[in-house]
Write a protein that binds this ligand. Structure first.
Ligand SMILES: [Zn+2]
Ligand SMILES: [Zn+2]
Length: 474
């Protein structure tokens, strides 16, 4: 495979860019490689041209091997020599090339059909790099970066280069198997200047901030990666949802019904937890990811429910976690513990790993229930497999299907002839209110079915969300 010099007849790539076309060959910088390639070709062409011109009008060549080129072939050599000269190798003598105007006119025509403004005579501007490696350009971009970052706390960063579409297309057109993208070289060169200024470490895997640069217009944009903080929360009161709900009437726009707050409920576990974090970290938004959720009227007690709070695009990344939990806990509605920094994987874990639960349910029967009946009930509940069709009350937002869940154990506490409490250890995802009521037969077996009495769940608390699968520890 040969080096393709004819590309220079279409695009007068500078030494650096021509060297980048073969950037993976020979460990040297692109400028040196490009200049060396052009020089060696220029020497070859000049030699050819000199011999060919000498022999042009000589019909009595001594040896058959003596070079005899047609005028067209000579024209091609001159055209290529002129192209190499024009691309920045000014060592090529133009005195051997007598019809520069013709080649220059061809260039102008080509540039105009490419939709570019025709260049001033002999003004060389490389159509690939457009001078983006000039020290002034790199300096200006580093200043823009420092300015854009000035309000952000970060420990690590990565520079990404964003190429405008036309340069991506150009690279596709001129690609060789050994080419390096200008993105890589620009990122490397800019890094040399920016890293000492920022005095932070470069992290290719998981940087706090990705700095995206368009080298051609000096625009800088940031991708600020979120902060994840995990812990466990308890919900000490009934009546607040886990996450913010839009007002049903106005869908969040604000109306008389919601007192122009746009909220269906005054607050939520999410809002109570997020508020102090958002205040200090100044994120653009946040999200609370819980290991499941409890209903609005259900408390979350015991060791609390595992959660991760994600603060998006934070300006501040380090906070005093103890102070944060003190602030949340002063709400008296939500209490958080075991706070630590987490990562994106935790979100996936909390969302997708089924956690077993322990509940405390207050059961009310519409007829008298004896101690024997209750003891009998908990015996039947042990290791009982439940078929649960999606409850009627959530069917509008969940797919209607039958889930199979297990109750592992239940413990009774009798309150009076009609009421008793059940502590229930079961699979995550089992709806307890329906386990008790039977949900018109959609959950089976159920407490109502096993007792053969109509029962409802008066109150429900989550006592524990289990990390481990060990029933003995309950
Ligand atoms: Zn260039
Ligand atoms: Zn409203």
């Amino acid at each position: 495979m040969n080096i393709d010099y004819s590309i220079l007849k279409k695009y007068p790539f500078c030494n650096r860019c021509f060297g980048r076309l073969y950037g993976k060959l020979i460990r040297t910088d692109n400028f040196d490689r490009g200049r060396a390639l052009k020089l060696s070709k220029a020497i070859e062409l000049e030699q050819l041209l000199r011999i060919a011109l000498e022999n042009l009008n000589n019909d009595n060549l001594e040896f058959e091997s003596d070079l005899k080129l047609t005028p067209d072939e000579i024209d091609e050599i001159k055209r290529l020599m002129y192209s190499i000269h024009r691309s920045g190798l000014f060592e090529i003598k133009l005195d051997l090339i007598d019809n520069i105007e013709k080649y220059e006119a061809e260039y102008k025509l080509l540039e105009e059909t490419n939709g570019e403004k025709a260049l001033e005579e002999l003004e060389i501007k490389c159509p690939w790099c457009k001078d983006i490696f000039a020290p002034e350009n790199l300096q200006k971009i580093s200043e823009n970066i420092a300015e854009t970052l000035k309000n952000y706390e970060f420990e690590s960063f990565l520079i990404g280069t964003k190429l405008p579409k036309r340069f991506k297309e150009l690279e596709k057109e001129i690609e060789t198997p050994f080419m390096e993208s200008i993105r890589q070289e620009f990122g490397r060169e800019l890094g040399k200047i920016v890293t000492p200024i920022l005095k932070r470490r470069v992290d290719k895997e998981n940087p706090d901030i990705v700095i995206m640069v368009n080298p051609y217009n000096q625009k800088v944009t940031l991708q600020v990666n979120p902060i994840f903080i995990k812990g466990r929360y308890k919900k000490l009161v009934r009546g607040i949802p886990q996450s913010h709900w839009h007002c049903r009437t106005c869908k969040g726009r604000g109306c008389e019904k919601c007192n122009f707050t746009g909220k269906q409920y005054q607050t939520s576990v999410e809002e109570i937890i997020a508020e102090p974090f958002m205040e200090i970290m100044k994120g653009s938004s946040e999200a609370l990811h819980g290991a499941g959720r409890e209903d609005i009227d259900v408390r979350m007690l015991g060791n609390g429910r595992p959660f991760v709070i994600e603060i998006k695009e934070p300006k501040v990344r380090t906070v005093n976690l103890k102070k944060m939990s003190e602030k949340v806990n002063s709400s008296k509605m939500v209490e958080i513990t075991d706070l630590e920094y987490g990562n994106k994987k935790d979100v996936h874990f909390f969302k997708n790993e089924p956690h077993k639960k322990t509940y405390l349910a207050k059961v009310e029967c519409d007829e008298k229930v004896s101690k024997e009946e209750v003891l009998n009930l908990v015996q039947k509940l042990e290791n009982l497999v439940i078929d649960q069709r999606t409850p009627d009350r959530v069917a509008h937002r969940r797919a209607d299907l039958v889930r199979v869940r297990k109750v592992y154990k239940a413990w009774p506490h009798i309150l009076d002839d009609y009421n008793f409490e059940l502590k229930i250890f079961c699979d995550g995802g089992l709806y307890i209110k329906e386990l008790i009521s039977s949900d018109e037969g959609r959950t089976s077996p159920s407490v109502s079915e096993l007792l053969d009495k109509k029962c409802i769940c008066k109150f429900l608390d989550v006592l524990d969300v289990h990390d481990y699968e060990d029933v003995e520890n309950i």
